[in-house]
Design a protein around this ligand. Structure first.
Ligand code: HPA
Length: 275
């Protein structure tokens, strides 16, 4: 057997036991400052990453490092309060590991969230944005022998973000009076923020927001055939010129994300209910 699958299944088995018969159908990844949604989950079990076999540890600021199995709007979900980033030094296999574990646990839909810098000049601090496509500048997480059991060698990415879920999210946001636009998320490795020239370049190639995460998980999820819904909170206007105030991930990004997290939580709850 593929040794990678042995590890995935060992972790899946551990989490399945913790779930005590409940089977999560939706997986949720909560990014920088967005862990708050996890507190609204009616938890069946909350497991620190350090206690989960084969899991990495979340070292990023604003990431609590808990795997929660619980209920949202009566549906069983599992949620990661914090993710693993390539910039932390984890190989892509480790960054995407929890997604494959979720897929083996029976998850069919993945929600991903992140804090991102606004590249589109129309994006403002505190905005919630649906990710409707991405540009990947990171190493592709599927490089290496194909995980045959999960998906094909050359998975299609023409519709990575589920149109039906996006339409539902837009309808719910309109009902709740939450302004919600869509945009293209560009992922780079970080951890350094972008230069003004890089931001101009990203704008030119069609990015609306920029960040250091999410896309590896989305590629991993699409490879397994999961439906994906993605959302960004715009925590800063990315460095358009040298006058821009310097960013501090530990303070500014996490604080702004935290302030917008309630809106995102409301939306996620209603969306889980509607699926
Ligand atoms: N750039 C990259 N990642 C980010 C940013 C940014 O401006 N803001 C939050 N995450």
């Amino acid at each position: 057997m593929d040794p990678r699958l042995t590890l995935i299944d060992e972790t899946g088995e551990f989490l399945r036991e913790k779930a005590a018969g409940f089977k999560p159908e939706i997986g949720i990844v909560l990014g920088s400052g967005l862990g708050k949604f996890g507190d609204s989950i009616e938890a069946i079990e909350t497991i620190p990453y350090a206690d989960i076999p084969n899991f990495a540890h979340s070292t990023a600021i604003g990431h609590k490092g808990n795997f929660i199995i619980g209920k949202v709007a009566g549906k069983v979900v599992c949620a990661m309060q914090g993710r693993f980033h390539f910039y932390e030094g984890y190989p892509m296999e480790q960054v995407t590991f929890p997604i494959r574990v979720m897929a083996r646990m029976g998850v069919k839909t993945l929600f991903v969230s992140n804090a991102a810098g606004g590249v589109n000049p129309g994006f403002k601090i505190g905005d919630l944005r649906i990710i409707d496509d991405h540009i990947n500048t990171m190493p592709n997480p599927l490089i290496g022998p194909n995980h045959e059991l999960f998906g094909e060698r050359f998975p299609d990415m023409s519709c990575a973000y589920d149109r039906e879920i996006i339409a539902k999210a837009e309808a719910i946001a309109a009902e709740l009076g939450i302004p919600l636009k869509k945009g293209v998320y560009l992922a780079n490795t970080g951890p350094s923020y972008e230069t003004p020239a890089e931001i101009r370049y990203y704008r030119t190639v069609g990015a609306d927001a920029v960040g250091m995460s999410t896309v590896p998980e989305v590629i991993g999820a699409r490879h397994c055939g999961l439906r994906v819904f993605g959302m960004s909170i715009i925590t800063n206007v990315a460095n358009h010129n040298v006058e821009t105030v310097k960013l501090n991930h530990g303070e500014d990004v996490v604080r702004i994300a935290d302030a917008a997290a309630d809106k995102m939580s409301m939306l996620f709850t209603r969306l889980v209910e509607a699926l």
